[in-house]
Write a protein that binds this ligand. Structure first.
Ligand code: ARG
Length: 459
């Protein structure tokens, strides 16, 4: 009979199976810190509004302080019988401080309590993730700087397209993770509103001061409708959507790392501490970390779908369905935090092989567009230039050579506008240096982009 907070209403206890089925304490105890924080803010307001006495408030603070320490020390006894984190803590408080503990729940319901806890939790997660995204962007920017001049083939359709620099390629991910950080910051605005005061669903008869509680807990505002406050989890869904996009970017990058590290490509190597071997093939070194990150992206997408589906059929206001929001949310946060940490670290463990990249860039007629642009600058309409160069490439394919291997005379056979200065545009260096505008791959622009990112990260 330790548990039931509502036992007088019931004529028989729930079965052990139902108890286990409905309990959430073994996963929601993770919210303990937020729960105590929320309770302390609520109690402070109750005292300030003369709803409870100053003495009761002091007792609640004393009890909660001890409970916090017990939890921290791993000495708190979590009981399945007490269903969830909220009832476990409240029950212990009453054990420690008696009637003052029983007064804490005045004007409050677990419905607004849990909604508050989750918002505090998600807010903390967003803040942690924002720091980690910045660290990853910083690490990728460092790598970009080392390779602002390193030429590699850029691909479309996985076919060699045009030469780019590896630095430019890394900065593409820096942009993606930058938007992810913006999305997190934007999501935080909607997370950071206080449900407490909504009570079960309709508000409370006590003269509460919600804005005071909001201020104490660092919320920007209160939720303005009590039904909405306790029932919607859209803020958690939005967070998971932002997290899913982070993982999309992580996964694309992982795919590239895996391809680049394949001996068939050989563009990079990844430090041993991020790879593992094979139990049967002695020669193997596998890029496990990026592969696993690519795989873990699936579970984060799954959690987003799970939460959307959890929400879609629920009538207002609170329903027990919402207890199912926690595990997907926690796992999303854990997956993201670990992945971002590892990737920031791994960026420093990527060694680039410029010769292999260069050889690949030389293979696919990557400067064909440069030749067409050259002819346009000599007065040929672009469509005609495109056709002339296509014929030149075709001739090279047949002869098994590169465009730059053709003599001036041979090149002039495709367009007599061609002059001796053509060879400058056919080089890889000339090609990248010529794309010299904001967002282009020219090393000069890559360095400017690096400076912009650094300023952003510093400010
Ligand atoms: N453990 C519950 C949850 O996670 C707390 C709210 C319970 N409220 C209720 N009326 N059963 O959502």
């Amino acid at each position: 009979k330790k548990g039931e907070a509502w036992s007088a209403r019931f004529s028989e206890p729930v079965s052990d199976l139902v108890k286990r089925y409905t309990a959430s304490v073994f996963f929601d105890k993770r919210l303990a810190k937020a729960d105590i924080q929320g309770s302390l803010a609520h109690a402070e307001m109750l005292a300030a509004q003369d709803i409870i006495s100053a003495a009761d408030h002091a007792e609640i603070v004393r009890g909660m302080t001890q409970i916090g320490q017990e939890i921290e020390a791993g000495q708190f006894e979590w009981l399945l019988d007490l269903e969830d984190v909220h009832l476990n803590i409240e029950k212990r408080l009453t054990e420690l401080v008696g009637d003052a503990g029983k007064r804490l729940h005045t004007g409050r319901s677990r419905n607004d309590q849990v909604a508050t806890d989750i918002r505090l939790y998600v807010r903390g997660a967003i803040d942690d993730i924002s720091v980690l995204l910045a660290a990853l962007r910083g690490a990728l920017t460092d790598l970009a700087e080392q390779h602002a001049d390193t030429i590699m083939p850029g691909f479309t359709h996985m076919q060699v397209a045009q030469p780019i620099t590896f630095g430019h390629h890394m900065l593409a991910y820096v942009e993606m993770f930058g938007r992810d950080a913006e999305r997190m910051a934007d999501c935080r605005k909607r997370v950071n509103r206080l449900p407490l005061g909504a009570a079960a669903l309709a508000g409370t008869t006590f003269p509460i001061d919600r804005l005071r509680v909001a201020k104490t807990l660092g919320f920007d505002d209160v939720c303005h409708n009590s039904l909405d406050a306790v029932s919607d989890r859209d803020f958690a869904i939005e967070f998971c959507a932002a997290a899913a996009l982070v993982m999309t970017h992580i996964s694309r990058m992982s795919e590239e790392l895996v391809i680049w590290m394949s001996p068939r490509v050989g563009f990079i190597d990844i430090a041993d501490r991020f790879c593992t071997g094979s139990s049967i093939m002695p020669q193997k070194k596998n890029p496990d970390v990026p592969e696993l990150a690519r795989g873990k992206t699936g579970r984060v997408y799954g959690h987003l779908m799970g939460l959307l589906t959890l929400m879609k059929g629920q009538p207002l206001a609170y329903n027990k369905d919402n207890q199912e929001d926690k595990e997907p949310l926690f796992d999303t946060v854990d997956t993201l935090v670990d992945t971002l940490r590892i990737f920031a670290d791994m960026a420093g463990g990527i060694s680039v092989k410029p010769e292999a990249m260069r050889a690949a860039a030389l293979q696919g007629y990557a400067t064909a567009t440069d030749l067409a642009d050259y002819l346009v600058k000599k007065g040929l309409p672009f469509r005609d230039a495109h056709e002339a160069v296509a014929r030149a490439v075709r001739a090279c394919v047949d002869a098994g050579c590169d465009l730059a291997d053709l003599s001036l005379e041979q090149l002039r056979a495709f367009s007599d506008l061609t002059e001796a200065d053509v060879f400058a545009v056919l080089t890889l260096e000339g090609s990248v240096a010529a794309r010299d505008h904001v967002g282009g791959t020219a090393p000069r622009q890559v360095r400017a982009a690096i400076a912009r990112v650094r300023a952003q990260l510093a400010g």
